[in-house]
Design a protein around this ligand. Structure first.
Ligand code: PLP
Length: 407
């Protein structure tokens, strides 16, 4: 077992709280949404964390996700089913990005995406609270992470994905022990099926933000980033936004770190990046409204952010506005060009959603929204290896004379 997982009493959770009304809910009980139908947020006794976890103690620990256990919800470390959730590197992309651009490459995590951060936490909590059967709608990566962690601890999973979900995702979900169904609709149509089954008591609903713990796992991106940058946050963060758990989670992480006295009140400008073929948050941001309407006929190569309606819309919009950032849309051609550019010039293979953040950054640079001198972090949330790549059809016949000059 990992050295970060040895203490048994790990957490300082006090209660859960409705993200809209502030209504309190008891910890250590199974919860979905609040009575108001909104996501629940986990609250901690941060004074006690501060007293029990001096920063040097944290810094002396191995750097994986579990070094943050006092700020995470799992009570009993025996309930953690780890596949090795490492700290992900910050990779400079000086050529395709610029001199002050870092990519947080989440593709190094188990199951090849940052969905592992959220699902390792949500599954550990489900196990702790006695759940035996889970269902989830997914565009691919979340289903794969759920399948892996749940199978590892003997929880049954049923996963529903849009019928055009990349083949590799559907197969990895199946191979890691889930029952996976392709549905002729989008992710929210899959979510409706999950919701119906949950209402009938068939399974526990693991949709984004409909259980409170995935966001706590995603929060570690913000904690980790602060530690990696010497407790000084970057000027701007570009985040590929679907359901928005990562952005909401990081925003929460920064507040908790400030309450611990580990960072000051400065915050990065948060840029929520969406594909222009599915940009409900961008539209709501531009209209100045608090909730986003469903985006009809959603379409983009960046499947992970093809989310027509996000239940945490108001939390995403709130964080973006408070931070002084924006919601930005980029087209598929710009996304594909950014992926290509980064791979060819910087040797880093992004996923399309990661490409979207690079494309949005370049556009923000052109429009003067960001300055080249500012330190910027782009999130690449999955390994580029899971996605289709252009063909490379050249073949060589070794029995014929070889024109070495032409190679
Ligand atoms: C899920 C996903 C996203 C969106 O993440 P949210 O936090 O749900 O907005 C972005 N990129 C990839 C590759 C994903 O799998």
């Amino acid at each position: 077992m990992n050295a970060n997982l040895t203490a048994d009493r790990a957490t300082f959770v006090t209660h859960l709280e409705c993200s809209l009304t502030g209504e309190r809910y008891e910890a250590d009980q199974l919860h979905g949404l609040s009575a108001a139908g909104k996501p629940l947020l986990v609250r901690y006794d941060l004074d006690a964390v501060k007293a029990n976890l001096p920063r040097p103690l944290l810094e002396a620990r191995p750097t994986d996700l579990w070094r943050w256990r006092e700020l995470l919800p799992v009570r009993h470390t025996a309930d953690i089913v780890s596949l090795g959730e490492i700290e992900t590197p910050l990779v400079p992309i000086g050529k395709s990005g610029g001199p002050n651009v870092l990519v947080k490459d989440e593709g190094r995590l188990p199951t090849g995406s940052f969905k592992a951060r959220g699902l390792v936490m949500a599954v550990a909590m489900a196990k702790e609270l006695g759940v035996t059967r889970i269902a989830m709608p997914t565009n691919g990566n979340a289903g794969a992470a759920l399948a892996a962690y749940a199978s590892r601890c003997g929880i049954e999973t049923i996963v529903f994905c849009p019928e055009d979900t990349p083949e590799v995702n559907v197969r990895e979900i199946a191979m890691q022990g889930a029952r996976v169904w392709r549905v002729n609709g989008l992710i929210d149509d899959c979510g409706a099926i999950v919701g119906k089954g949950a209402a009938e008591g068939r399974w526990f609903d693991f949709s984004t933000l409909k259980e409170p713990y995935r966001i706590e796992g995603k929060k570690t991106m913000g904690l980790e980033l602060a530690a990696q940058l010497g407790w000084k946050l970057p000027d701007a963060i570009f985040y590929p936004t679907g359901g928005g758990t990562g952005l909401i989670g990081m925003w929460k992480a920064f507040d908790e770190l400030e309450k611990l006295g580990w960072i000051g009140p400065e915050r990065p400008r948060m840029y929520a990046v969406q594909a222009s073929g599915c940009a409900p948050i961008v539209r709501a941001f531009e209209e100045g409204v608090e909730h986003a309407e469903r985006w009809e006929d959603a379409s983009t190569v960046a499947m992970g952010i093809r989310v027509p309606k996000a239940i945490g819309d108001f939390l995403i919009l709130r964080a973006v506005r408070e931070s002084g950032g924006k919601a930005l849309g980029v087209g598929d051609p710009a996304i594909l060009k950014a992926v290509d550019d980064c791979a060819r010039r910087d040797g880093l293979l992004l996923c399309p959603e990661g490409g979207a953040t690079l494309a949005a950054y370049k556009e923000a640079l052109r429009s003067g929204e960001v300055d080249e001198d500012e330190q910027v972090v782009l999130f690449n949330c999955a390994t580029g290896l899971k996605y289709p790549m252009p063909e490379a059809p050249q073949a060589l016949d070794r029995h014929q004379p070889i024109d070495f000059d032409a190679l």
